[in-house]
Design a protein around this ligand. Sequence first.
Ligand SMILES: Nc1ncnc2c1ncn2[C@@H]1O[C@H](COP(=O)(O)OP(=O)(O)OP(=O)(O)O)[C@@H](O)[C@H]1O
Length: 380
Amino acid sequence: MSSSADLPRKDRKIKPSALCELCHGRKAVMKRPKNLQKLCKECFFLVFETEIHNTITSAKLFQKGEKVAIGASGGKDSTVLASILKTLNERYEYGLELVLLSIDEGIKGYRDDSLATVKRNQQQYEMELEIVSYKELYDWLMDEIVSCAGIRSSCTYCGVLRRQALDRGAAKLGIHHVVTGHNADDMAETVLMNILRGDTARLENSCSILTQSSGSPIKRSKPFKYSYQKEIVLYAHYKKLDYFSTECTYAPEAFRGTARELLKGLGAIRPSCIMDIIYSGEHFVLAQKKKVTKSYKNGRDKKAATAEDEQEINPDGSVALKTTKRDGNTCEKCGYITSNKICKACVLLAGLEASRAKASVDGSEEGAAKLGKTLELLSF
Ligand SMILES: Nc1ncnc2c1ncn2[C@@H]1O[C@H](COP(=O)(O)OP(=O)(O)OP(=O)(O)O)[C@@H](O)[C@H]1O
């Protein structure tokens, strides 16, 4: 931080109460949303970037020489991510090769415009850009999916297909690491959503900074895990970054919207609640499901019971079905990594195809919408 002697004349006359609490020289321009500290622009940039650097180093996210794909949507989070990773890569000599990877879901009037922003970012940050489309991967545009399956399940379809598309795009580039702009607010919303749905299986991993499906060569990480959305927006604003700010045409998932509102209300009373929820999510450990082994007559004892004879009892007393889940499998249809015989994307696409065929016969669009709702409740 600079001393007051280095400051421009105008900053030397500032009332002490209006000064930045870190450099005590420049005028504060904001109250930091994370801790309400009054900061000038320059000190905010430095502390914000340093915190992300600390997150990256303490989680050992990157290795020297690694090629990393930045999931680039053109929105504020991924644009700030690209800008900050470029800065940190140069400042701390991470030795990364950074590439922008964009998925074109096929949403007219939204993704086509945001991709134009990513193309400008490519020039501004001097990074390679790869664009992969749903049309080329799945032969469906998101607009077609919505008109077939309805808007209510659009986020379910889009989320599954995008995750796979990012992996496929990375594989195409020979990259094994994708970073995304998911931030602290997104993480806290996900924890809240999973609690409210009683989805304990998802809750356990909802705060991981680094994830990788077993058998998959692609890992994913979230360097903004501890960064507040409001601070990302402030950073983009004061740095005058070029980003696309329109919300997706197919409004955000209804339930996530509810969790977002809830979080906003909580944050107004207790600003630290975002971090507190993440902390709770990180320390949440599932109690082991009770396993019971059937008892056998006719000479078979407990030891002879096979794995098939074991049942899992859910907390509400219901019996869980035995699944054929295995890690490292590949989908019988598309070859993508899955723990089931057919991957989730192929199940969704098959439902859409069936719906399209049915709709062409009797005009009904119910099948895919129903399937989307059912899939939300299943864990893959
Ligand atoms: N079409 C896409 N192409 C590539 N990456 C994407 C795409 N959509 C989302 N992502 C990645 O997933 C992250 C989370 O996306 P999501 O749409 O949930 O949030 P967001 O807050 O709108 O993010 P952003 O402001 O970056 O658009 C993004 O920051 C980005 O890294």
